[in-house]
Ligand binder design. Structure first.
Ligand code: PMV
Length: 348
């Protein structure tokens, strides 16, 4: 058994958001997905989390202070305390630690950009780094980071890997698991390795229905079973098109996934709409531009009004012309230029 060699220290990680191409929507048990999903790991939309830790005698309760963007944030602190308490069985060392956590985002939280994915994966990376420092072990257990991220916020488990990740059991994906995500880049056509994802900020307001509530509403959604079946089929079809580099098939599945996600929300009881009028106007422009220009640019949506504009690197110039039109639909002309990225990064 390893002995603790270090009593205190600091770890700091920058971790990205991710955007699902086949969506996880509906969960059961301890944050398990009802269907498998696949995502691009992003680059620009990220969270930086720093933890100062002190190892001491074991206590009964988690000890944490939390600062968000330089200020004490009791609401977030409460959430983090609850989360850390819930994972003591997975990481018992937490009861031996005093933690001072500081976190900051590169984008507005709760605005439909998965801030929980970047923040929770950054926190999980810090936690596994602390464990390996205390155990004098230089190897980082990414699978454990993915499990810890999942327990905080399902989709966050995909952010710990570079470029593309799959989460959730699928007969089609060897090694896939409901417990953690796996990296999925090796067989994918290089055109997707540096794909662009520009995020049009249609609204930066907090969402009216949280993802947690949205998942719960899937329990009684009359279309749930057919949706879970469809997601499995979409995953297989999408991976095949990403392996062969078939952009048209990629785009048609991805857009269908985005609209299906929002259709499920509209078919929930009570029904709700997270898209804004400008979301629809922008989608309309994107589809019209694609038809006229033959440029392979597609959209997807997260659980919110903002639009992710997906396209291959070689069409940056052409899509620039489209963005000049789309900027009118964005709040404060905000577009986050993002692309497929290299996963979490340790900050020394
Ligand atoms: O990870 P959660 O619980 O915030 O759920 C996110 C669900 C979607 O972002 C809508 C889809 C996905 O797979 O990321």
């Amino acid at each position: 058994m390893n002995t603790i060699s270090k009593k205190e220290g600091r770890v700091s990680w920058k971790s990205p958001s991710n955007i699902a191409l086949v969506k996880y929507w509906g969960k059961y048990g301890r944050q398990y997905p009802q269907n498998p999903s696949i995502s691009f790991t992003l680059s620009e939309a990220h969270t930086i989390t720093q933890i100062d830790y002190l190892y001491r005698e074991k206590k009964d309760a988690v000890s944490v202070t939390f600062l968000f963007e330089g200020k004490e944030n009791l609401q977030f602190e409460e959430k983090i305390t609850k989360y850390l308490t819930s994972i003591i069985d997975v990481s018992p060392i937490i009861l031996n630690l005093d933690l001072r956590i500081e976190s900051m985002n590169s984008f507005p939280h709760s605005s439909g950009i998965a801030s929980s994915a970047s923040s929770m994966s950054a926190l999980a990376m810090c936690l596994i780094d602390i464990e390996s420092q205390l155990n004098n072990n230089s190897a980082l257990d990414l699978q454990k980071a993915s499990i810890l991220s999942r327990l905080a916020s399902g989709s966050a488990c995909r952010s710990v890997y570079e470029k593309i990740a799959v989460w959730g059991e699928s007969e089609f994906v060897e090694g896939s698991s409901n417990d953690y995500a796996i990296p999925y880049i090796d067989t994918i056509n290089p055109i997707f390795h540096n794909f662009h994802d520009d995020i049009l900020i249609i609204s930066a307001d907090e969402k009216s229905v949280s993802s947690r509530a949205g998942h719960a509403l899937m329990d009684n959604n009359p279309y749930a079973d057919s949706r879970f079946k469809q997601a499995n089929e979409h995953l297989e079809q999408l991976i095949k098109s990403m392996q062969s580099g078939d952009l048209e098939s990629f785009g048609s599945i991805v857009e269908k996934e985005a609209l299906t996600l929002h259709a499920l929300m509209m078919a929930s009881s009570p029904p709700y709409i997270l898209m804004e009028p400008n979301t629809l106007l922008a989608i309309n422009q994107i589809q019209r531009f694609r038809k006229e220009s033959k440029v392979p640019v597609y959209f997807t949506l997260d659980a919110g009004p903002n639009i992710h504009l997906l396209y291959p690197h070689k069409f940056v110039h052409e899509v620039g012309i489209l963005k000049e039109k789309l900027i009118d639909y964005c709040v404060d002309d905000r577009i986050i230029k993002d692309c497929v990225g290299n996963g979490p990064e340790k900050i020394e």
